[in-house]
Write a protein that binds this ligand. Structure first.
Ligand code: PHE
Ligand code: ZN
Length: 869
């Protein structure tokens, strides 16, 4: 037997849910912070759960990676015989129905490289408890349906840790002997322990305020590592926008006197919605106008909004168990998208969302770990913070809004929040509230929560000229996914419009309810044979097949009143020519030229319309046509279309570039300016494919003398792409300038790891030794290894060297930070999608990982699911 098979997989199943045996009404925590260890003393006010069936069930607490010192029940210290301690649990029999449990334990934050629990993030100590980090801090029923009021005291050396933060309100603070001090925090809102947070250290603070709609003044604070206060401006503005938007849109007013954000430099995810004390990966909030890119600015607003919106959808109403994760994440991503759409343009936001969904979620939904937005089982919950749970979850939420209307949806939200305020709820609860508030039946709709896979709609049409009737026949099917063989038809809204031969919208938008394997609908009084505009605004997370002619797609691209479908018609044309290898017709070039010149379209929209679908999306389309992927061939096929477009539009691309370049200030960074910059730089990307010698000097100037970070990065990308002789020198001087700014160095690492060039592995190996890189920081790992893992010339190099290299890094990283390691393991899940030679090599690399004796549950789950027949 192989070592890796010795440990049986520990599977948690949704069907096994049981209410907790004990509730914790109040949690008092006392943190005594010292350089080496932190001592945690807890006092839990326990009460047997009246809803629990096991009347004599023991108290089982979760606890890991700490030293247990003392257990006291109702004032009596237990001897070791009176409790059972394992590596993961503390079990106490015979606890009275009401009891005060006191526990003392220690942990070592400085050694916590997994970044879960209490850990050292550079100069600060901070916590990350979602989903199961609290059990690394103290013994506790670490599950989201145990809600408790938290009262937290922190003691630490005053010089080393002048700032001591936790959730809620600061009750008091003061000095203690030996140069120490303390702070006492109380959170009036009951919450599960995954929303607990603590931060201690030397920090700078930016403060402002927001007056809520009922006139309460809320203190807004952003805490950063010393010296970074000047980087808080974007986030501060974003908080205020988010607070205002949530009041205006959903009537939701902030519910504490103080809202805090702390930016830390070591963090596994983007950010965390701890009640009243959000903790952010600094890469998602901090930057000055001279250090951020346009993408950063938009992203900061998005993430700040997302975490803030969790205050109601996540914190006030939380999840009963981790299978319900999409209840808070799908809904909050949806709210975030609505917010960003309102701030920056709805169509722009919708297009961004869908292209992300197609690039990440669709592949996931077709891979070896495909799961419904509410999974049925998991081995490691960290592996299920996925695009499916988040982004498809948001699409499912959006479908409800489409079905009941915006007003109805808000009514449903109100009912949901009222009914479940202060509770741990389920996805069923949310849908039930929407159904009741709107008096519709959503029972069939619930299938979206349990069925995985991307549905495909095969649409055909017929026109009866005599009766003036137009009929659409929609057949839906979902291919089998891992562990889910048979699929049922889903209930979904299909938004449809009809264009006449001149591109005029004949009837506006119809929202049709689909629910059968085959649905049919007939439009009356249709004067002439129309061109259907299907799935307007991407009304459901599906793929649509309809046998459009090129002319029909060009008509939609030029004239559809639905901006999303204008874009999508272009995407369909691009995909077709990438995959078929056919010559790009002049009509397509002409159509793109019209778009480029259109005075009505915003620059940002033009840039989206001129951009090809990504390699991942195209790969899936290739699979749908029954072929396997050769990533380099696919890359070349995509390049062929890019070159054809560049050649066809050369003059216009130059002209567009020059016009924008002349009038766009380097400092401008509002939505419009960002759109213009993206179009200008897209023009350069195209031109770089055909006249690199003309683009190179511009790129050199961008890197060396532009003050705009987006332009600087673009310059680097261009030089890397055309292997300009200046490349090495420019990269080196860039690195010298920004060696002290990790976020910028991440872009520098990523740009090189993304190079579509055969020697990229050599480059990446060298960069791993660069002082800007460390395996210990997940941001560095994503920038270099994550980017490499998506590179057809790197990860997918035909000789298998990329697979081996990533496998070796996974084995190393597995010991440091399993979550970070898991992220670069997931690309292996798709090994079956590639041509046979690569399949074999990917499988061999997976086996190599599997043979490692000390695999974390994270990696073990991914590897075993990948290899499962
Ligand atoms: N709940 C966070 C969010 O989506 C993500 C997160 C998950 C952060 C787990 C840390 C740990 O907003
Ligand atoms: Zn979230």
């Amino acid at each position: 037997m192989k070592k890796s098979q010795k440990v049986p997989a520990h599977e948690v199943r949704r069907a096994d849910y049981k209410v907790p045996a004990f509730l914790v009404d109040q949690t008092e925590l006392d943190f005594d912070i010292y350089d080496k260890t932190t001592t945690v003393r807890s006092r839990l006010h326990l009460r047997r759960n009246p809803a629990s069936k096991g009347k004599n069930a023991p108290l089982i607490l979760n606890g890991e990676e700490q030293k247990l010192l003392r257990v006291v029940v109702n004032g009596i210290e237990l001897s070791k015989q009176n409790y059972a301690l394992t590596e993961k649990t503390l079990t106490i029999e015979g606890v009275p129905d009401e009891a005060i449990l006191e526990i003392e334990s220690t942990n070592v934050p400085a050694k916590n490289t997994a970044l879960s629990g209490l850990y050292a993030a550079g100069p600060m100590l901070c916590t990350q408890c979602e989903s199961q980090g609290f059990r690394r801090i103290t013994y506790f029923p670490d599950r989201p349906d145990v809600l408790s009021q938290f009262h937290v005291t922190i003691h630490a050396d005053q010089k080393k840790y002048p700032t001591l933060l936790s959730n809620g309100n600061l009750l008091k603070k003061g000095k203690e002997k030996n140069g120490r001090h303390y702070a006492v925090w109380q959170d009036p809102h009951r919450k599960p322990c995954y929303l607990f947070a603590l931060v201690a250290g030397k920090m700078d603070r930016a403060a402002s305020s927001f007056t809520t709609k009922s006139g309460r003044k809320v203190l807004l604070e952003i805490y950063v590592e010393p010296g970074r206060k000047s980087e808080t401006g974007f986030a501060m503005t974003a908080i205020k926008k988010a607070m205002k938007w949530d009041e205006e849109t959903f009537g939701l007013e902030y519910d504490l006197d103080r809202f805090m954000i702390v930016a830390v430099s070591y963090f596994n995810y983007g950010a965390m919605e701890n009640k009243g004390l959000n903790i952010f990966n600094d890469s998602c909030v901090l930057g000055r106008s001279d250090t951020v890119t346009d993408a950063d600015i938009a992203f900061f607003e998005r993430v700040v909004g997302h975490e803030y919106f969790h205050n109601y959808t996540g914190d006030r109403v939380t999840c009963r168990d981790w299978f319900q994760l999409s209840l808070k994440e799908g809904l909050t991503v949806f709210r975030e998208q609505e917010f960003c759409g309102a701030m920056n343009g709805a169509a722009l936001e919708r297009i961004r969302t869908v292209s992300k969904l197609r690039s990440f979620q669709f592949p996931e939904d077709a891979g070896a770990m495909a799961h419904p937005i509410r999974p049925d089982s998991y081995e490691e919950i960290d592996n299920f913070y996925t695009s499916t749970v988040y982004d498809k979850g948001a699409e499912v939420t959006r479908m409800i809004q489409t079905l009941v209307g915006t007003k109805g949806f808000r009514k449903g939200m109100k009912l949901y929040l009222k009914r479940h305020d202060g509770q741990a709820a389920t996805c069923d609860d949310f849908v039930a509230a929407q159904a009741e508030a709107n008096e519709i039946d959503l029972d069939h709709f619930m299938l979206w929560y349990s069925q995985a896979g991307t549905p495909v709609l095969d649409v055909t049409s017929s026109y009866n000229a005599r009766k003036k009737e137009y009929t659409l026949i929609v057949k839906q099917k979902t291919a089998p996914t891992a562990g889910q063989k048979s699929k049922k038809p889903l209930y979904m809204p299909l938004s449809v419009g009809l264009l006449d031969a001149k591109g005029k919208d004949m009837k506006g938008t119809f929202v049709i309810d689909l629910s059968l394997a085959e649905d049919q609908l007939t439009f009356l009084n249709v004067e002439a044979k129309p061109v259907p505009s299907l799935l307007r605004d991407f009304s459901a997370p599906v793929r649509v097949n309809y046998d459009y002619t090129d002319d029909e797609l060009l008509l939609l691209m030029a004239h559809d009143t639905d901006p999303f479908n204008r874009w999508d018609a272009g995407q369909k044309l691009f995909s077709k020519f990438v995959l078929s290898g056919e010559k790009i017709p002049a009509a397509l070039i002409d159509g793109l030229r019209v778009i480029l010149h259109s005075p009505k379209l915003e620059a940002g929209t033009k840039a989206q319309m001129l951009a090809l679908p990504g390699e991942a999306d195209l790969g899936l389309q290739l699979l749908a046509s029954g072929q396997l992927i050769d990533p380099i061939k696919l890359y070349q096929a995509r390049q062929r279309v890019i070159v054809a477009i560049a050649e066809g539009l050369q003059d216009e691309l130059w002209e567009t570039y020059k016009t924008i370049e002349k009038r766009l200030s380097e400092k401008a960074s509002d939505g419009q300016a960002r759109g213009q910059r993206s179009l200008k730089n897209l023009c350069l990307f195209y031109l770089n494919k055909i006249v690199p010698e003309d683009v190179t000097p511009l790129a050199v100037a961008m890197v060396s003398s532009s003050k705009n970070m987006t332009d600087k990065n673009t310059g680097l990308d261009l030089l890397i792409a055309n292997e300009a002789p200046m490349k090495a020198k420019m990269l080196a001087s860039f690195a010298k300038t920004y060696s002290k700014t990790p976020a910028i160095m991440d872009d520098w690492l990523a740009a090189q790891a993304a190079a579509r060039q055969p020697d990229v592995l050599k480059t990446v190996k060298k960069l791993m030794k660069h002082s800007a890189f460390t395996l210990k920081n997940p941001n560095r790992v994503s920038a270099l290894l994550g980017m490499f893992a998506g590179n057809p010339f790197g990860f997918h190099a035909a000789d298998g060297s990329g697979y081996l290299f990533i496998a070796e890094q996974i084995i190393k990283l597995n010991k440091i930070n399993p979550h970070s390691a898991a992220r670069i393991t997931k690309p292996f899940l798709r090994w079956r999608d590639f041509e046979p030679k690569r399949q074999k090599k990917m499988k061999a690399a997976l086996k190599l990982i599997q043979n490692d004796a000390k695999l974390s549950p994270h990696i073990r789950e991914i590897v075993s699911k990948a290899l499962k027949a």
